[in-house]
Design a protein around this ligand. Structure first.
Ligand SMILES: CC(C)(COP(=O)(O)OP(=O)(O)OC[C@H]1O[C@@H](n2cnc3c(N)ncnc32)[C@H](O)[C@@H]1OP(=O)(O)O)[C@@H](O)C(=O)NCCC(=O)NCCS
Length: 173
């Protein structure tokens, strides 16, 4: 089978997501969650129906503190990103930062600058929020491709999220 021809950089456009994207976004979001679950089995996606997703998307698009963008290709959606303003813990300044909730690029469209363009859209949106001057976000430690992407656009490790099972108490002797 012939290899898929690389798409030139000019063949996608990044635009704000709309409710008309809901169905495509739901399926892409499921692929992202399955990707995460495949990277680390401690990541367990909660069941979310398409109807529930659509309600959450409407809320996300309605709130001034959150936004979502899609990369549109003539063959459909190539990826998406969601971002929001998140409050810090009350004892730490500055009081808020930007965070990326979800970022996904379809495997066949990767390494063509789509994630970078999606991130740029969130960053441009974030500059419109007073008092917000940096990003903080969580990334799966085992996702080396994701880590390489974030490093390539200037992210560096800051706070590490640790994990341990709650073990049963020792049985009395
Ligand atoms: C991570 C992800 C979003 C990157 O999307 P992408 O559109 O391929 O990224 P870009 O083309 O914008 O890459 C920009 C730069 O990031 C780095 N990068 C991206 N993917 C990489 C990889 N797999 N390995 C090494 N470096 C990578 C490179 O420096 C790249 O520049 P280059 O192609 O000129 O070398 C995509 O692989 C993806 O959707 N992965 C699964 C979901 C995920 O990990 N989401 C982020 C969770 S926090």
């Amino acid at each position: 089978m012939a290899a898929e021809r690389p798409i030139p950089l000019s063949s996608f456009v990044v635009r704000p997501a709309t409710m008309e994207d809901a169905s495509s976004l739901f399926h892409a979001w499921q692929r992202l969650r399955n990707h995460n679950a495949g990277i680390d089995r401690r990541f367990i996606p909660a069941p979310v129906s398409q109807d529930e997703f659509v309600l959450d998307l409407a809320e996300l698009l309605r709130r001034p503190q959150s936004a979502a963008f899609v990369a549109e290709l003539d063959r459909g959606l190539g990826g998406f990103i969601s971002g929001r303003v998140e409050q810090n813990q009350p004892d730490r300044l500055p009081s808020a930062h930007l965070t990326v909730g979800y970022l996904w690029v379809e495997p066949r469209f990767r390494r063509r600058g789509i994630a970078r363009a999606l991130f740029d859209a969130v960053a441009a949106w974030g500059r419109g929020h007073d008092g917000v001057a940096h990003f903080e976000m969580a990334v799966l430690n085992a996702d080396h491709a994701a880590a390489a992407f974030w490093r390539s656009i200037g992210f560096a490790p800051f706070i590490e999220r640790l994990w341990a099972p709650l073990s049963a108490p020792e049985a009395d002797a």
